[in-house]
Ligand binder design. Structure first.
Ligand code: PEP
Ligand code: MG
Length: 592
């Protein structure tokens, strides 16, 4: 029987395949003791499982290196080392030999013991090891119990649609787009960081489906539409036809957008709009250019550190930043300093368990508290300024003191580079992301200390409305058209203009046709977005008149509710833009 499940669109594209459950958790291990004669066989089974896990991890490391580069591939190193750790190996063998436990039970006991031991300390390196430990435990236990490795999709003969409760950025790294056609999860949102990575890897995804893990049985046929956020289980001929023709329509539209990417980005009444790309990985730069980006408005640098057990060295960072700068020789490249915390945890940092991680030790707060980590990044960034128009951008800034503190560090690191004779651009630019109401309201002060503002609407909406951007249940309340959001953006744009600094937007709002229309109406003419959206937004830009956008924005600023804001924009954009092309594609809900 056909079942239709609606969630939130997270990564575009249509996929058809069989459901595959990615169960990422420790399995239940039965208590089994073995006969004396069986002991050595259990020892052998344990060693075989270890060797298998190691080979598997090495293979993953190699394929990640080919796909995403050596930096991302290092995610797997700590686990590979841990499989040979004497504490792990000898402890397990002792339980097999002395207590006559089955290999899996002995291994589980030893791991629980080590976890308990290590949890008692708060030393960062030890906590990092706990993280790796859990990942490794799950992999080895599944093997010993004869289960399928939850992330081993290599043996699957046909493409699958992964079903899982949720994912993590490092788990995402292990999925191969050639095998994984689509992803459907119970939880998550479009702005979760693994979803951002899914978009970079071009794997269609639908999130926030609630109970897809219980309703989608393994092996069922399914169609997933990442544009409208729908999963259809056991589709009949009618559904197949409808998705088929939808796919054909999208293909036609995509043929068009390739052409649009080459056109000028100017409104019908002559306003130039600078379109830049948001990148999560340096390797995306070429796709961004092919889709018409003239620069990079946001290069998220977290993927250099998330899932790693050691800090990336200056040289590796410098190479990554330089590669992006060189990919855009005549465009601006905004590189954001590490935005850690929230749902992005590097293993080498002691990230405390927090009640409210989104209000916790995040972004610039982490960097200022970890000067060793931060100075290395600042040096790499300074060095990259020698290779293009590289600008440094600080996330989640709340006040001027934070900018001052960064300037002090930059002055010191610049001085050292001068002494060492290492080239960099002494006229480098430093700006902030406006992501909190505090920053928006304090924009006039911040403008005196910055070279630019980039409005991060994903976080600005979350902090203005007190709605967690990762909470699926609240997705309907996460509304970028709320008058309080619109007025703050207006205020920041006005202040930036008065101060003579550039104001751009790099949140998802810029990739939403109505959102972009509003931003243009507020005189923000530099927009940065995930590169797949660039051609469509350019088409919209070319179809509208800036004067109409300004008029609609003026009305929107006087509106009482999000619904009224959206109505003003819909009226203003009129029929000049075919919104049907975009309809249902975005998780940003347009109030009816
Ligand atoms: C934002 O908050 O709008 C933003 C672009 O940053 P991120 O999505 O990485 O938090
Ligand atoms: Mg942000």
């Amino acid at each position: 029987m056909t079942i239709v499940l609606d969630g939130l669109p997270a990564s575009e594209g249509i996929a058809a395949g069989k459901i595959f459950h990615l169960r990422w958790g420790a399995p239940i291990v039965p208590h089994v003791t073995v006969a004396e004669a069986q002991i050595e066989a259990e020892v052998e089974r344990f060693h075989a499982a270890r060797s298998w896990a190691k080979a598997r991890l090495l293979e993953l490391k190699r394929s990640t290196e080919i796909r995403l580069g050596p930096v991302e591939a290092r995610i797997f190193e700590p686990q590979i080392l841990m499989l040979d750790d004497v504490e792990v190996v000898d402890g397990t063998l002792r339980y097999v030999r002395e207590n006559r436990l089955s290999a899996e039970r002995a291994f589980e006991w030893r791991m629980l013991e080590l976890q308990a031991l290590w949890s008692r300390t708060s030393h960062p390196m030890v906590l990092d090891r706990l993280n790796d430990l859990q990942d490794m435990v799950i992999r080895v236990l599944h093997r010993l119990l004869g289960h399928h490795d939850p992330t081993d999709l290599a043996t699957l003969e046909e493409g699958v649609i992964i079903v899982s409760r949720d994912l993590t950025p490092s788990l995402m790294m292990q999925l191969d787009p050639r095998t994984v056609l689509g992803i459907a999860t119970d939880h998550g949102t479009r702005t979760a960081h693994w979803a951002i990575l899914a978009r970079s890897l071009e794997i269609p995804a639908v999130v926030g489906l609630g109970d897809v893990t219980t309703r989608a049985k393994e092996g069922l046929d399914a169609i997933l539409d990442g544009r409208i956020g729908r999963v259809v289980l056991e589709p009949g001929p009618e559904e197949r036809d409808s998705f088929g023709s939808r796919q054909r329509r999208i293909d036609l539209w995509e043929d068009d957008v390739a052409e649009i990417a080459a056109l000028e980005s100017v409104t019908a009444d002559g306003q130039y709009v600078e379109l830049r790309a948001n990148l999560d990985l340096p390797e995306e730069a070429s796709q961004a250019r092919a889709h018409g980006a003239v620069g990079v408005g946001l290069f998220r640098t977290e993927f250099l550190v998330v899932g790693r057990n050691t800090m990336p060295v200056e040289e590796a960072q410098y190479e990554a930043y330089r590669a992006v700068a060189e990919a855009f020789p005549s465009g601006a490249v905004f590189i954001r300093t590490f935005d850690l915390g929230g749902d992005k945890f590097p293993m080498f940092l002691h990230m405390p368990r927090e009640e409210n991680p989104m209000l916790g030790w995040r972004a610039i707060r982490v960097c200022l508290d970890e000067p060793h980590l931060f100075r290395t990044q600042l040096r790499a960034l300074l060095r990259a300024t020698a290779h293009g128009d590289v600008r440094m951008m600080l996330p989640l800034v709340n006040d001027v003191d934070e900018v001052r503190a960064v300037r002090t560090l930059l002055d010191e690191e610049s001085e050292r580079l001068v002494q060492e004779g290492i080239p960099f651009n002494t006229g480098y630019k430093l700006g902030v992301m406006i992501e909190t109401p505090a920053a928006a309201l304090d924009a006039a002060e911040l403008a005196r200390h910055c070279d630019f503002f980039s409005i991060g609407t994903n976080d600005l909406v979350q902090y203005t409305l007190a709605v967690d951007r990762t909470n699926t249940r609240l997705a309907k309340l996460y509304n970028p058209f709320h008058p309080a959001v619109v007025r703050q953006i207006h205020q920041v744009a006005r202040v930036g203009r008065a101060a003579g600094i550039e104001v751009s937007v790099c949140g998802e709002m810029a990739a939403h046709p109505l959102g972009a229309f509003l931003l243009l109406g507020l005189d923000i003419t530099v927009l940065s977005m995930g590169w797949p959206s660039l051609p469509e937004i350019k088409k919209m830009v070319r179809d509208i008149r800036i004067e109409d956008a300004r008029r609609a924005a003026r009305k929107a600023l006087a509106a009482d509710t999000s619904r009224d804001v959206a109505a003003c924009l819909l009226e203003g954009i009129g029929t000049s833009v075919d919104l049907k092309v975009f309809s249902g594609r975005w998780s940003l809900s347009v109030p009816e």
